[in-house]
Design a protein around this ligand. Structure first.
Ligand SMILES: [Zn+2]
Length: 472
């Protein structure tokens, strides 16, 4: 009898359990929501190499079991994956997207969704700006608010090198830059929160470089819910220049960022002192003297001398002087074959670029000797031929007074003056000439600078340049 009652109690208990579990199951099923990708269509920009790939979660989870009493939580996503055609950039984008997939899945562990899209903008075919943005949320709240996700990837659009923030802003002035941004944030939107309080990803995503300067674009909510509108802070390139790190500076110099170091005044006279056949022990003295007067010179070096006078060469590089090509072995380009000339010039180019990081822009033909083949070399290498309009004959006279007098007599605004930095007498003359021209208001410029300020600044390869405005 006791046994019978026990049996019945157990049966009733089991029946209640079954009913309860069925109700729970129905409730769970009713709660499951459909996933709607928020970004239903990606709008392609002109810079995209291929159509974007849309990554979607499968419509039904693999382990979905209709009869199971407990439904597994399910994570949905719709992500547009960018393709820029540059491996480093595409890989970094993919890594960011994968990290968001992992984070969202780990964070919610329930019916949740992730939506991501991107925009790609390239400034003047130079600076690539890829913005990846989106949000993660629960399925019950499929609106772009939840957790906003955004980052930006910047890269050199000419070679695909990816930039980190250290390649964009100098680390040593980064704190000052943030202080400036904070001040602007306060004066623009009365927001008293530092930009350093937001994530590095969110801060990078605010950077938008355009033709006039940098805009820091902060989406609504970046600084908390009370920030209901987006905020734009404009910083022009002139103001930005002191904070910009080398890789970005190099990319945007001349077109956007001001030329570094000094400003030239086109209304004041300019003169280009050029030195052939070095480097030598006199070269650093000349470089230092010119710098003392805020000037720069052009050194047409002989390639095979560079290693023997490496310190002198590097002194010129550090001072920002122009290093240019005077062949590898001081070979006359006119009397030698095109092929020999080509070898002499490319070997020297390679050496200069290797040590200075900068491809030389100019050729000074040995002895100024030019024929059709030499002009062809100039065109093929895209380097103009630079002769002179004032020959100080320093190599011939070896007389400081004679060199000084000839220069003062013949050289004026726009002149290209020929010296050789091999002789003590040349150094003695230059030591007097630099203060002399400085006192007359002259600016000592490199040949490239002189030609940038020419009446017609377009460089004609194959032409021989004699001074700022004559070439043929
Ligand atoms: Zn020479």
């Amino acid at each position: 009898m006791r046994r019978h009652i026990l049996h019945r109690t157990v049966s009733v208990f089991l029946l209640i359990c079954l009913l309860l579990s069925f109700t729970a199951c129905t409730k769970l099923r009713a709660k499951r929501l459909e996933f709607t990708p928020y970004y239903s269509e990606h709008i392609a920009s002109a810079y995209e190499q291929t159509s974007p790939t849309l990554l979607m979660s499968e419509p039904v989870p693999k382990d979905f079991d209709k009869d199971a009493s407990v439904l597994v939580p399910y994570f949905h996503y719709a992500v547009y994956k960018p393709s820029t055609g540059f491996a480093a950039v595409d890989q970094a984008a993919e890594a960011y997207i994968n990290a968001q997939l992992d984070t969202t899945e780990a964070m919610y562990r329930q019916d949740a969704a992730l939506n991501m899209d991107y925009t790609l903008d390239v400034l003047d075919n130079k600076l690539g700006q890829l913005y990846i943005y989106g949000f993660s949320c629960t399925l019950a709240d499929q609106q772009p608010q939840g957790d906003m996700l955004r980052t930006a990837l910047f890269y050199n659009a000419q070679d695909g090198t990816l930039f980190t923030m250290d390649d964009i802003l100098k680390s040593e002035t980064y704190a000052n830059f943030c202080q400036m941004a904070d001040d602007l944030l306060y004066s623009t939107a009365q927001i008293d929160i530092s930009v350093t309080s937001i994530t590095a990803d969110a801060f990078a995503a605010a950077f938008q470089f355009h033709t006039e300067g940098l805009t820091l674009h902060f989406e609504a909510g970046t600084f908390g819910n009370e920030q209901s509108d987006a905020i734009d802070i404009g910083i022009d390139y002139e103001t930005l220049a002191p904070y910009v790190a080398e890789p970005l500076y190099e990319l945007l110099e001349e077109t956007h960022l001001p030329l570094r170091g000094r400003k030239l005044d086109p209304t004041k006279p300019m003169i280009a002192f050029t030195f052939d056949d070095g480097p030598s022990k006199y070269t650093p003295r000349i470089a230092e003297l010119l710098e003392r007067y805020n000037g720069l010179g052009t050194f047409f070096v002989v390639g095979n001398r560079i290693d023997n006078f490496k310190d002198a060469f590097m002194r010129c590089v550090e001072g920002g002087h122009e290093l240019a090509n005077h062949t590898w072995e001081h070979k006359n380009l006119q009397t030698n074959s095109y092929e020999t000339g080509y070898d002499q010039l490319t070997k020297t180019n390679k050496k200069i670029e290797e040590l200075s990081g900068k491809k030389p822009a100019l050729i000074r033909p040995v002895g100024g000797a030019v024929d059709d083949d030499v002009r062809r070399l100039s065109r093929d290498l895209k380097m103009p031929l630079i002769n002179w309009n004032v020959d100080t004959l320093d190599w011939k006279t070896r007389d400081a007074d004679a060199v000084y007098n000839e220069c003062v007599r013949a050289a004026g605004n726009g002149s290209i003056v020929l010296f050789h930095d091999l002789y003590e007498t040349t150094w003695q003359a230059v030591e007097r000439l630099v203060p002399y021209y400085a006192s007359k208001g002259y600016q000592f410029v490199t040949v490239s600078e002189l030609l940038q300020y020419a009446e017609d600044a377009t460089i004609v390869y194959g032409d021989v340049y004699y001074d700022q405005n004559s070439h043929r």
